[in-house]
Design a protein around this ligand. Sequence first.
Ligand SMILES: [Zn+2]
Length: 357
Amino acid sequence: MNQELQSEIDHVRELLTERSASLVNKQSIFKAIELKALYDRIPDIPLQSRASFGQAVNQLRKEIQNLIDQTEPKQENVSSIDVSAPFTPNCPVDKRPRLISSQLGSQHPLMIELDQILNIFTSMGFYIVESREIDDDWHMFTSLNFPEDHPARDDYDTFMTIERDEQNKPWIGPAHTSSMQNRILSEHKDDLIKNLPIAAVIPGRVFRNEDVDSRHEHTFYQLEGIYVSSHVSIGNLLATLKAFLERYYNRSIEVKTQPFYFPFTEPSLEIIMSCPFCSKTGCRICSFTGWIELLGCGQIHPNVLKLAGINSPDYQGFAWGVGIERLVMIKYAIEDIRLFESGRLDFLRQFSIKDNR
Ligand SMILES: [Zn+2]
């Protein structure tokens, strides 16, 4: 290799050595265009000098790497510890708690089941609208035919904010997913004129100031359903819910009704289903009665339709609300609703889908 080529390499060495001293990420020096230019030149070097030139460029690269290795601080070999575990900071390092062995996480059982539930309803032609976790008095009560100061408002034990909205009302953590009804009915009312039904399911988290026990939680999930069209009857409601329950529990289910009261449905009903565990012979899940009280539902009250701008004599609809935890507890014979939010890994891991990674 002639002197000219050697001095070219020496020049680049000088440049890169100087520049690397000021770099925070020293490895980035290897992206320098001067170094790349040397490599790019190799094919053009006369054959008799090409090999020695290539070796010299590689040697330059090694020298720069050695230089970086000498200047960069050595990383200490620190073993990982569980900083959240209680221990005395002055205790010897080998006595400090080790990290617990990690496992891959999995979807929460409620979300796995909710996916299945929504799949059933979408296959029946319902679309999904997500609920919201803070709402106002109008959507929670007034739009659902709860008159001002009506005692039924107290049944819901709602959480409210101290802050007030423009109507001087507190904001509300919704106590039911029905607070979405007016929004969906108003938004889709023109579909009815085109002979399309309004058919929506609304999953959402709801909040009630309840005393917590094995059957009650202050925070839980609900699935609302609404269907509006012309010539809709309670028979359509019962057929829809029966079809859903039979697909979700994968067996034949009987349903019966008993009268109930909600301000936003008329008539209002409670659906009671035959126990999917014992086929009505009686077991622990159905408290040895053969039947399980499952959900509230009814024909949508004409006032609720009117408040959304729907002409109630021309169109009718039905609605229901069911606790997702309730459906899942019956399916897997889970006795305590608090397990879902307990963070207990032994409970949650029973539902992990091994191949869902
Ligand atoms: Zn039973």
